[in-house]
Design a protein around this ligand. Structure first.
Ligand SMILES: Nc1ncnc2c1ncn2[C@@H]1O[C@H](COP(=O)(O)OP(=O)(O)OP(=O)(O)O)[C@@H](O)[C@H]1O
Ligand SMILES: [Mg+2]
Length: 299
């Protein structure tokens, strides 16, 4: 059984308002344990709305999101059915505190996530909230800060007096301190310089290698190409497809979804246009491409 499934979910903002907005329409797909998913699509396509159903921050207006053993839904008919068929109590369908420990969510703007007067207290907040003692919480916080590369000289600093990249690392530490099994990051590299971006991405990669399922929302196709195992495309509030990055970037319909082509695939297209006659259709890494070019020139 899948770790996560979106089951025909729709979400309407301001449902009762005449200006209501259908941010998600009948989205269905599933995510397996250990996946590294990139969620892409034009601005306003529904990415942030979709991920916020993963820990019950938003409840689908119809359909349900299933995460681990939890059913996240605001659909009265489904709630009725679940109570009847699976004997689930109504309050269990609303109590998401344990789910929030399992699904760590890092928002686009780390400022929204940081609130304590010192970094160490900020990172301890999650573990304390999930019932650990002060001492255990501090141990977890130190481990998490160590993992994101923030050393003890920062512990007593204010989280608001550090750089953008450091803020994001502290925000991630605050989430991983609770050892979530699923980590969701909404545009984690926005506003960072190339070094900051690389640091965050290698940190996410490391967390993934330890067994955490990763879902990352991004507009950066180079990130998708380099890190994701699968990519999910949304367009106009709808699920379009879930494919591997190379399937997406080798396809011809990229511009239909307002997606940039990664530099590597652009280069491949230039080579083809210039009449490079080795077959490079199925080449998806720079190393393989360099080998092909080498072959052509007898290197
Ligand atoms: N709180 C809200 N109230 C009303 N409409 C909203 C709200 N939040 C988002 N929307 C609308 O829902 C649609 C989907 O928004 P969402 O934030 O999920 O898109 P997104 O794919 O994350 O976009 P971006 O790439 O710009 O972050 C947008 O048209 C947006 O204007
Ligand atoms: Mg968004």
């Amino acid at each position: 059984m899948s770790l996560i499934s979106f089951n025909n979910i729709s979400f309407i903002y301001n449902k009762k308002d005449p200006n209501h907005y259908d941010a998600l329409k009948e989205v269905t797909f599933s995510i397996e344990k250990g996946d590294f998913i990139a969620l892409v699509g034009h601005t306003g396509s529904g990415k942030s709305t979709l991920v916020q159903t993963l820990n019950g921050l938003l409840l689908p207006t119809s359909g349900y999101t299933k995460v681990l053993d939890y059913y996240v839904t605001g659909d009265k008919e489904i709630i009725k059915r679940l109570k009847k068929e699976k004997n689930i109590k109504k309050r269990e369908l609303k109590r998401f505190s344990h789910l929030r420990k399992e699904v760590g969510m890092v928002f686009q703007f780390p400022e929204y996530q940081l609130f304590s007067d010192t970094i160490i207290k900020d990172v301890m907040f999650g573990p304390l909230n999930f019932g650990l003692s002060e001492e255990e919480a501090k141990k977890r916080a130190i481990e998490a800060l160590d993992e994101v590369g923030i050393d003890y000289t920062y512990y007593e600093k204010s989280p608001f007096e550090i750089s953008g990249g450091e803020k994001r690392r502290v925000a991630i530490a605050g989430i991983i301190a609770s050892s979530p099994s699923i980590l969701v990051l909404d545009e984690p590299t926005v506003g960072l310089d190339p070094n900051g971006k690389k640091e965050i991405l290698s940190l996410i990669k490391k967390i993934h290698e330890k067994g955490t399922t990763i879902i990352i929302v991004t507009h950066d196709m180079d990130v998708v190409m380099e890190y994701a195992s699968k990519v999910v495309v949304l367009k106009d509030s709808r699920f379009i497809k879930m494919v591997t990055p190379s399937e997406l970037f080798n396809s011809k319909d990229l511009s239909n979804f307002s997606l940039e082509i990664p530099s590597f695939y652009k280069f491949k297209r230039y080579l083809a246009d210039f009449g490079f006659n080795k077959d490079i259709t199925n080449i998806n890494t720079i190393d393989e491409l360099v080998d092909k070019i080498g072959e052509k020139y007898g290197k």
